[in-house]
Write a protein that binds this ligand. Sequence first.
Ligand SMILES: [Fe+2]
Ligand SMILES: [Fe+2]
Length: 361
Amino acid sequence: MNTLSARAPLRAAAKLQYLHLAVRTYSGVAATTFNPTCGASKRTSSLSLTSKRPISSTPQNQIEDYFPAPKTPNVKEVKTAWVHPVYTEQQMRDIRIAHRQAANWSDWIALGTVRFFRWGMDTVTGYKHPKPGQELPARFIMTERKWLNRFIFLESVAGVPGMVGGMLRHLRSLRKMKRDNGWIETLLEEAYNERMHLLTFMNIAEPGWFMRLMVLGAQGVFFNGFFLAYLASPRICHRFVGYLEEEAVITYTRAIAEVEKGKLPEWNDLYAPEIAIKYWRMPEGKRKMRDLLLYVRADEAKHREVNHTLANLKQNLDPNPYQIEYIDPTIKHPTKSIDNLRPEGWDRKEIYSIEATQAKS
Ligand SMILES: [Fe+2]
Ligand SMILES: [Fe+2]
């Protein structure tokens, strides 16, 4: 939710000093206080910072992370078990907005819920997608600050479903003393990936307490709601996340287009934070904000495919096709790459579901 740009009643209820966001810019960092009446921002201070980044392409005027890793004696780096696959620029450019048609009542429940959430959030935050060929009224024009608010709120919510799904499948495996067939790892990795999106954006803009409060409230509601929903129907939940990620791809596609059209000038020369450069292994010369958004959108497109695929499977029987190795290596199945992101790939369960495997043997 775009708390800082939210129209009444949310924004009107907040005092000026609470609507505080520190936004990183190319030349440093500016503490920014927003005027909720006109939506304009006012820089109140500027800090000069020295770079401690070991990456050679980073300009000297980069800032330190808002949330640096704790300084621990003798520790050079804390490594992750989930190393991100390398995406090529062409793969990321090939990503398209796509929609999987709802095929049954449970799909419609998932799609309807996502559309309701989207409508509610857009209404509260005063967000509108422009219609093709039309310009939006000034109050709907997205600024860098509004985008960052939106990203931070959405990513804080997006990290919930994978963790809930992974946790519940983990507990079920313990409780029933049964194998999980590889789903847990993919779901937890998705949650980790979404948290990396959040940490990345939080290195660019530090949310104020009002935003933190909104995140806290949203997490309390969404975690519990998703927890109960996943107990009732994991299939609908994965379909829901699939449709949610369709919306995420739409949102990031628009943000990328706005950067490329020069509508977000502060991002033209803004470098991605170090945490992002390391995580996505962004190559030299491709480390700016536009590149960062391409990586994030590619991840969202992957979540879209993964969750639609998982929703097609028998939840308690089918192995996770992203994690298994087939006896017959010629069997086509989904992988971690981002080459198979179209709906025609998501619905090919006949290739890798347990029914198909049994039928072949
Ligand atoms: Fe994300
Ligand atoms: Fe996502």
